[in-house]
Design a protein around this ligand. Structure first.
Ligand SMILES: Cc1cc2nc3c(=O)[nH]c(=O)nc-3n(C[C@H](O)[C@H](O)[C@H](O)COP(=O)(O)OP(=O)(O)OC[C@H]3O[C@@H](n4cnc5c(N)ncnc54)[C@H](O)[C@@H]3O)c2cc1C
Length: 663
């Protein structure tokens, strides 16, 4: 079967090479025929790949089998970003019997996950928990779509692949918030950085030779590099950033800090495939370990406890159901670890009787431990998308308006997609290697000289609260996408070419919550991020929009801006942003705010009296045998993208658990 696929690929390669060698007029004449045969061959390759991936998936146990045995040492709930790391690291100890339980299936051979530019195709599918927020009181009362990965690798299997630590002071702040509890110092950047390096295998690039490779990880399972697409418009954006005063930072991810601008480092390997925690940590060798069992399509419904007079309740196992709804129970001799992510971890805790007592009582859930912090302090990064019409008509910008994406069949767009697929398969290049958000800039809203360049004079006694984690940490991110979109791609644009510049609020002061909708585990939790509830948050975003206006007016940027965008009547384009008043910009912000997909802090690491749910060793306060390890334990949100801190956190958690199992 493998040979058949390779044979087909070689045949396509030969056809394309021959066509490329012909004179231009013959190439044009053959174009249509090539497209048609590519379409048929491409479809065959995809079909064969699907068959192959099915046969390779045999090593995983479907949840319908229940569990091969009913007792393990450690039961991990949620095989997402953090869960896969834990399962792999903990099962390195052959004496520990580890069970990983995941609600979804594998994604490791799924083209929508592997091919970097296709991840948005997962939205609203069975691989997505497909959540929506409550109507947002401060954002035009709209509900906001929240995608969350429901598969092995979790959100790492469907995210935008940006590798980013955040600011070093974010982690010093994490440590300081623990007020000297045991294990607190290990979260300081100096120490925690070892775990970032532990998971990373950096691939140097001659195009990014200023990266100091001695500061990057070199031996971890997670391959990162600059292999993804870099569009011409992305390069222009970076020139414009330089012009606006956002200096080039050769590497966002070092102790030197993250301010400045650059193409982003990505979780894309040398063959232009997405790297997920499933693909990196659950290798065939790891899956072959006799002490590791992975149950897929198995949804945990609650944690099981033993209680004894005068002792803290002890987690002793979990209950889960398979796709048919059959219920199973497994026991955990040593520990249960929750890694179900920032929306589902608090849901499982509450369904198990750990959460705000009054809220649990309203669903007749017996209260095991009154924990007001469970589901509280939800923090996310709000993003505002600004869209511009591209006069260069670049290939990537044409992806903004893709009729095929909206279900309208067109031979031309299907043929184009198949050609891109062939280019991707044969040379690992082209539009499909994009991570979409190709470049970024990080800045501070209190940077008077940066804002002065953008025409904003900050008040001399600026009373805007400084919510950053330190004097060199950002609270604004501006990123560039070589295609334009609004509302996660759900808004149709008139035929044309567009790109996007996006403003992110990195350190919001608005916080929200996750609550139960019902005592039924199948019901989605209620998520309410309370976007833009504070004046601070709107003010920082207005300042970010001013910087974007300055970028848009720079000489380099005007070389790609289609002037017709200035007389846009659709209300979708932002060519005139620099001329708009603060009030007009605020209206756009409240109307367009969306998630950057970074919910955190819903079972935060902090002393219980400060609303904490876990201690610095990730143990749930007041319960034995139960830890949480995922983005819900962030004490506060980092000023950057959240997957790298989650992987590093899981690496540290594995060390903590392995030590505790020896004791
Ligand atoms: C579209 C998108 C783009 C993003 N882009 C980036 C980016 O470019 N860079 C970046 O740094 N971050 C990005 N993020 C955020 C980042 O991926 C997440 O913060 C991170 O992956 C969260 O990891 P986690 O382990 O906390 O949760 P998850 O990865 O969500 O894992 C939770 C797992 O638990 C499973 N689960 C939930 N409930 C149950 C249950 N009851 N029983 C069994 N299993 C259960 C889920 O199916 C899932 O597999 C993005 C996220 C999304 C969705």
């Amino acid at each position: 079967m493998v040979k058949a696929v390779e044979g087909l690929q070689a045949f396509i390669a030969r056809c394309i090479a021959i066509i490329h060698g012909l004179p231009a007029h013959l190439q044009a004449a053959l174009n249509l025929r090539l497209l048609k045969s590519s379409a048929i061959l491409g479809a065959l390759v995809i079909a064969l790949r699907v068959v192959l991936s099915r046969s390779r998936s045999k090593y995983r146990r479907d949840g319908s089998e229940g569990s091969a045995r009913s007792e393990y040492d450690i039961v991990i709930v949620g095989g997402g970003t953090a869960g896969c790391v834990l399962a792999s690291r903990l099962s390195e100890n052959p004496k520990l019997r580890v069970l990983l339980i995941e609600a979804g299936g594998s994604s490791v051979h799924n083209p929508l996950s592997c091919v970097p530019g296709l991840y948005y195709k997962f939205f609203h599918t069975g691989f997505d928990w497909d959540l929506s927020t409550e109507p947002q009181d401060h954002a035009a009362s709209k509900r906001k779509y929240w995608p969350r990965g429901r598969m092995l690798g979790g959100c790492s299997s469907m995210n935008a692949m940006i590798f980013h630590h955040g600011a070093p002071s974010d982690f010093d702040e994490w440590a300081a918030m623990q007020k000297g509890q045991e294990g607190a110092a290990g979260w300081k950047y100096d120490t925690f950085n070892e775990y970032f390096r532990k998971f990373e295998k950096f691939h140097p690039s001659k195009d990014y030779s200023l990266v100091d490779t001695t500061l990057r990880g070199s031996a971890g399972p997670v391959h990162v590099g600059y292999f993804g697409n870099e569009s011409d418009t992305t390069r222009v954006f970076l020139e414009a950033c330089h012009h606006a005063g956002l200096e080039h930072n050769p590497d966002f991810n070092t102790a030197k800090g993250t301010l400045g601008s650059s193409k982003v480092l990505t979780f894309i390997d040398s063959r232009a495939r997405r790297v997920t925690t499933e693909s990196a940590y659950l290798s065939p060798e790891v899956l072959a370990r006799p002490n590791l069992v992975i149950a897929t399509h198995a949804q945990v419904t609650r944690i099981l406890f033993e209680t004894a007079e005068g002792k803290a309740p002890r987690a002793v196992g979990v209950q889960f159901k398979n796709r048919k709804g059959d219920m199973f129970e497994v026991r955990a001799k040593k520990e249960v670890v929750l890694s179900a992510g920032a929306t589902h971890t608090p849901q499982i805790l509450m369904l198990s009787g750990i959460g705000p007592a009054e809220h649990l009582a309203s669903f007749d859930i017996p209260v095991l431990v009154d924990h007001p912090g469970v589901g509280a302090h939800l923090m996310d990064h709000p993003v505002i998308d600004f869209v511009f019409r591209d006069k260069t008509k670049s290939t990537m910008a044409s992806m903004s308006h893709d009729p095929a994406r909206h279900g309208k069949f067109s031979l031309a767009s299907t043929a184009k997609a198949l050609l891109w697929f062939a280019q991707y398969r044969l040379w690992a290049t082209g539009p499909l290697t994009t991570n979409v958000a190709e470049a970024a800039a990080f800045a501070r809203s209190s940077d008077a000289s940066l804002l002065a360049k953008a025409g904003v004079t900050l008040p001399t006694a600026d009373d805007l609260e400084d919510s950053t984690s330190g004097p060199t940490a950002p609270d604004i991110e501006i990123f560039f996408t070589p295609m334009g979109y609004l509302s996660h791609g759900q808004v149709d644009f008139p035929q044309g070419h567009y790109f996007g510049v996006h403003a992110v609020l990195l350190r919001p002061t608005s916080t929200g919550d996750v609550k139960l909708r019902s005592a039924d585990p199948s019901a989605s939790p209620i998520v309410d991020p309370k976007y833009l509830a504070t004046r601070h948050d709107v003010t920082v975003l207005v300042r970010a929009a001013r910087i974007i206006g300055h970028i848009a007016n720079s000489p380099s940027f005007s070389s790609i801006l289609d002037p017709s965008g200035s007389s846009d009547s659709t209300g979708l384009l932002n060519h005139n942003i620099a001329q708009q008043s603060d009030a007009e910009i605020e209206k756009i912000i409240r109307d367009r705010v969306e998630t950057l997909y970074h919910p955190t802090c819903t079972a935060r690491m902090a002393p219980k009296e400060d609303g904490g749910v876990v201690d610095p060793l990730l143990r749930v306060h007041g319960i034995d045998g139960l830890r949480v390890c995922d983005a819900s334990v962030f004490p506060t949100i980092t000023s950057g993208h959240t997957v790298s801190p989650t992987i590093a956190l899981a690496e540290r958690a594995a060390d903590i658990i392995l030590v505790s199992c020896k004791e």
